[in-house]
Design a protein around this ligand. Structure first.
Ligand code: ADP
Ligand code: NI
Length: 214
């Protein structure tokens, strides 16, 4: 990608996520970008589309900025302002619209590029960093870590998923533990394994400490 375009995108996302405390700061975007480029070096895909989509993937997220679920309006206006080719803009907007987890209404993007960026985003939601991000997100939204009387809700549709105000431990059962089997690419699947196992050990330890076994 052109260096000037890359620099402009970085400056834009740095500003847009500057006050984030929900695990969606610039460092999340940069990890997704690096992981997506690593997956792409094995799986292929158009590297400009992957890079731009990874960098802009959370810019229109309705959990963070309100607005319509699946919108890509802010990313689109920004890319037009940068003079990015219209066919790249269309591909990136389609990826952004489909990337997020939405319970049983979750969709795998149609393109290989989208599948790679979705895998990279999901890898940052699991493992040690995923655990840290989940508790940051919960804290930023005033959610309890855990409440044994509040059970996970499985099989939510997108409306129920976005309205849900459960605990962070529930979020592991409602989303994070499901991601390993939802990975799109072989490379993503391989990378998800040890991160998944780490979350299982974390939950075992969490519950045994909670129950006073340790
Ligand atoms: P997605 O768009 O698929 O939700 P994001 O890049 O926005 O992916 O990151 C989502 C991350 O935000 C989750 O993996 C988790 O760390 C955090 N998160 C979202 N919803 C919750 C929740 N209800 N409780 C705790 N963490 C959450
Ligand atoms: Ni993300």
């Amino acid at each position: 990608m052109d260096q000037l375009i890359y620099n402009s995108i970085i400056a834009f996302i740095k500003e847009r996520f500057s006050s984030d405390s929900s695990g969606h700061d610039l460092s999340h975007t940069m990890r997704v970008y690096r992981t997506a480029m690593t997956i792409s070096s094995i799986e292929g895909g158009d590297r400009d589309v992957i890079a731009i989509a990874a960098l802009l993937h959370d810019v229109d997220d309705c959990k963070l900025f309100g607005g319509k679920q699946g919108s890509s309006d802010t990313s689109r206006s920004f890319m037009i302002k940068l003079g990015i080719d219209s066919d790249i803009i269309e591909k990136v907007c389609e990826i952004i619209a489909d990337i997020s987890f939405k319970g049983k209404d979750t969709k795998a993007p149609n393109s290989l590029e989208g599948r790679i960026v979705q895998d990279a985003d999901r890898l940052d939601a699991i493992g040690a960093i995923g655990i840290a991000r989940a508790f940051s997100y919960g804290g930023s939204r005033g959610r309890a870590m855990y409440d044994p009387d509040n059970k996970p809700k499985l099989n939510m549709n997108s409306k129920e998923y976005f309205a849900n105000k459960g605990t962070t431990i529930n979020h592991f059962h409602e989303k994070l533990l499901l991601l390993k089997d939802l990975m799109n690419t072989e490379t993503g699947k391989r990378m998800a394994e040890s991160r998944h196992d780490y979350m299982i050990s974390f939950l075992e330890e969490f519950h045994s400490e909670w129950d006073g076994v340790k």
